[in-house]
Design a protein around this ligand. Structure first.
Ligand SMILES: [Zn+2]
Length: 214
């Protein structure tokens, strides 16, 4: 087994979505939707609709029990991501990596856009990111460990990159819950490949009837 946190990236949240969060939450785009593969565009101007988009992003992230979300994951190809970690929330508009450590670390990640899949991803342990907040103020953030991993995962989304592209060889798995005859739930992991994951999700997304939101 590869080393790294056994905690699944998108399932560690304990914060229950509030009804307010649910009402603003938007469906999360799944692998197979081309918007996830297109580089997102920089935000030119902070308008009221950008503020509303950020609220929807937080609501969608919380409703899905995630720890990070990029705007293209809810269908808006703009360079904005949100995250939460250790009781703090983060909004990054037009983020850019200023520096990253040579030292890297493997960790297990999942993705709200690729449910039931996890991968081990090798990433720099520390990095410095420059971004703008929702009031347009420039700031820099020095992140390490889990927060550094979350931010790198979300910044990848803005460039159309996903964990299946970065998975350490042999580390990609389906994570499925099986129910036995007595009704006991059991989590099973089944090895897979980036090609298989891409094919399964692409077929599922393209077979979905237009306008039929499940
Ligand atoms: Zn993701």
């Amino acid at each position: 087994m590869p080393k790294g946190s056994s905690k699944c990236f998108d399932r560690d949240g304990v914060i229950k979505p509030t009804s307010k969060a649910r009402s603003k939450a938007r469906p999360i785009k799944l692998l197979g939707d081309p918007i996830l593969r297109a580089p997102a565009k920089p935000v030119e101007k902070l308008t009221k609709s950008i503020g509303e988009l950020i609220d929807q992003m937080f609501a969608s992230m919380e409703a899905a029990n995630g720890v990070g979300l990029a705007a293209n994951q809810i269908g808006v190809p703009k360079r904005i991501c949100v995250a939460r970690h250790a009781g703090q929330t983060y909004v990054l508009i037009n983020p850019e990596v200023m520096w990253e450590s040579d030292e890297t670390e493997e960790g297990v990640e999942g993705c709200l856009s690729i449910p039931n899949v996890q991968a081990v991803v090798l990433r720099p342990i520390r990095l410095r990111v420059m971004a703008y907040d929702r009031d347009g103020n420039r700031f820099e953030i020095d992140a390490e460990g889990m927060l550094a991993r979350i931010l790198q995962h979300e910044l990848d989304h803005l460039d159309g990159k996903l964990i299946i592209d970065r998975a350490v060889e042999g580390s990609l798995h389906w994570v499925l819950t099986q129910v036995d005859d007595e009704g006991n739930e059991r989590v099973v992991t089944i090895p897979t490949t980036p090609e298989e994951v891409e094919r399964v999700f692409t077929e599922a997304v393209s077979s979905k009837m237009p306008g039929h939101d499940g």
